[in-house]
Write a protein that binds this ligand. Structure first.
Ligand code: UTP
Length: 473
């Protein structure tokens, strides 16, 4: 029978967490092995301070006195015409030389969507139900063909959804990509606390563990060997996007090119906020450093403050689309460690009652801690912010219906496709209110940009879409 070492037991006791062992004697070898491996991963010496700082107290985000809005390169900016054409050119060159890879973070639990499988497998295609993953895979494949290059794709999963994610890719034949060009890696986890700062058991042989947030990406890239692979492959820039946004440009030549031109370590896409309380992080500057302040942390008075022309002062919102220079990730994670602040979320966490029976709370009973990737921005020597065109690049799938939902995302997919086809000369039906009156899905493996849409519409001889029509290209 596997036994607990006295050293580990002492460390757990010193952290005031001996209750996690209360069913240990009842466990068989497999159960003991599971629990012991989880316990071995915990920094017991740091735990009491962590619980004190983030669980027993509710940390308040300190808003710096000198906080000001971050400036950014505007979408339509005639002053920067030359800069943007240089960036376009350089970006295309970087892609064709194989210097840009893609990174999707897909380790989240997607609780708001309430979908019992990895979020990337969600059938989002408005006509064919193709999955979120297929959107990215198709676009990566198409870009690779266009630029005559292999674009490596890194996908971060959590220990909870890794297996199901890989299985999905195998079942789908990797969507036509070569298996060797898709690199899965797993992020770390954090144990959940109850409101008294005690770790929660989810089973007799398991702590309640949750993924450690998208901030875990950077260290997970190093620990998994992904960073080494990037270096071997010559990938110098990492195009980062979330698994829930099928409209994203998996690589934007202009964005990557601008980062390189400006010799910046991190790039971030900016969207002009739709209102003071839109749920996007806010790009701000303090002490000369760019940072993002979460929508929930920006005081209302600041969120609502306006310039003389009536525009929001803090208008720059983050859709979580970035480019990182690989050197920046190397530098940040050197020594195999990276300290990002933790963010607290109060959640309903299934637990074991005193008799060891599983129980599901009906109100938040515990705390999960996550780190956020954007907390790395102030650590960059140079950050470049570029405005993106919301309707073309951002349709987050967070909920089933309403704002940022499956519904809105499907509609936006159709609308972007309609705009692309209209630009290619196809007549597209709109009703009297100006709302698109068709559902249009385009295979991302055929069309990665407006140029492709033009070619495909031409090849198909597509001139007109009829009202109410469902179209698949
Ligand atoms: P969200 O903040 O939307 O979280 O993640 P979520 O887990 O997907 O959804 P909810 O909040 O439970 O409803 C934004 C992106 O970051 C990834 C997600 O997969 C998504 O692409 N993420 C989040 C991770 O990869 N790991 C995490 O620990 C958290």
């Amino acid at each position: 029978m596997l036994e607990l070492s006295s050293d580990l037991k002492e460390r757990i006791a010193a952290a005031g967490q001996l209750h996690v062992l209360r069913f240990f004697d009842e466990l068989d070898d497999a159960g003991r092995k599971n629990l012991l491996s989880q316990l071995a991963d915990i920094d017991w010496e740091a735990l009491p301070e962590l619980a004190k700082e983030y669980v027993l107290h509710r940390p308040e985000t300190v808003i710096p006195d000198d906080l000001s809005p971050a400036d950014y390169f505007r979408l339509d900016d005639s002053d920067n015409f030359d800069l943007y054409s240089d960036a376009d050119e350089l970006g295309k060159e970087l892609i064709s030389k194989g210097k840009v890879c893609c990174l999707t973070v897909a380790g989240g639990q997607g609780t708001r969507l309430g979908f019992d499988a990895p979020k990337g497998t969600y059938p989002i295609g408005p006509v064919t139900n193709r999955s979120l993953f297929e959107y990215f895979a198709g676009s990566i494949k198409r870009l690779g063909e266009k630029y005559g290059v292999v674009i490596p794709w890194y996908i971060m999963t959590s220990p909870i959804n890794r297996e199901a994610t890989e299985k999905f890719f195998r079942e789908k034949g990797f969507f036509g990509l070569a298996e060797k060009d898709v690199f899965f890696f797993t992020q770390g986890t954090m144990p959940a606390f109850d409101l008294e700062g005690k770790l929660i058991l989810s089973a007799k042989d398991s702590l309640a563990l949750a993924p450690d947030g998208h901030g875990g990406t950077l260290l997970a890239l190093r620990r998994s060997g992904a960073l080494d692979k990037m270096a071997r492959d010559g990938s110098e820039y990492v195009s980062y996007f979330q698994v829930d946004n099928p409209l994203v440009d998996v690589i934007s030549p202009r964005f990557a090119g601008l980062l390189a031109l400006k010799k910046a370590e991190v790039g971030a896409i900016v969207l002009s906020k739709t209102g003071p309380f839109e749920k996007l992080g806010n790009f701000c500057i303090s002490k000369g450093r760019t940072q993002i302040i979460e929508y929930s942390d920006l005081p209302d008075t600041l969120a609502e403050r306006r310039n003389d022309d009536g525009a929001l002062l803090f208008s720059a919102g983050s859709p979580a689309i970035h480019v990182f220079s690989r050197n920046f990730i190397e530098r940040l994670t050197a020594g195999n460690s990276l300290k990002l602040p933790w963010h607290r979320a109060d959640k309903k966490i299934p637990y074991l009652d005193n008799s060891g029976n599983p129980a599901v709370p009906d109100a938040p009973n515990g705390v999960k801690l996550e780190s956020f990737i954007f907390d790395a921005l102030p650590m960059a020597a140079e950050v470049v912010l570029l405005e993106g065109d919301r309707a073309r690049i951002f349709a987050p799938t967070k909920n089933i219906s309403g704002v940022d939902s499956v519904e809105s995302c499907r509609r936006m997919i159709s609308e972007r496709n309609a705009a692309r086809l209209a630009a290619a000369g196809v007549i597209v039906p709109y009703n009297a209110e100006g709302v698109l009156d068709a559902v249009i899905e385009i295979d991302p493996a055929r069309v990665a940009d407006d140029e492709d849409a033009f070619t495909v519409a031409g090849e198909m001889g597509l001139c007109r879409i009829l009202p109410g029509q469902k179209v698949v290209l």
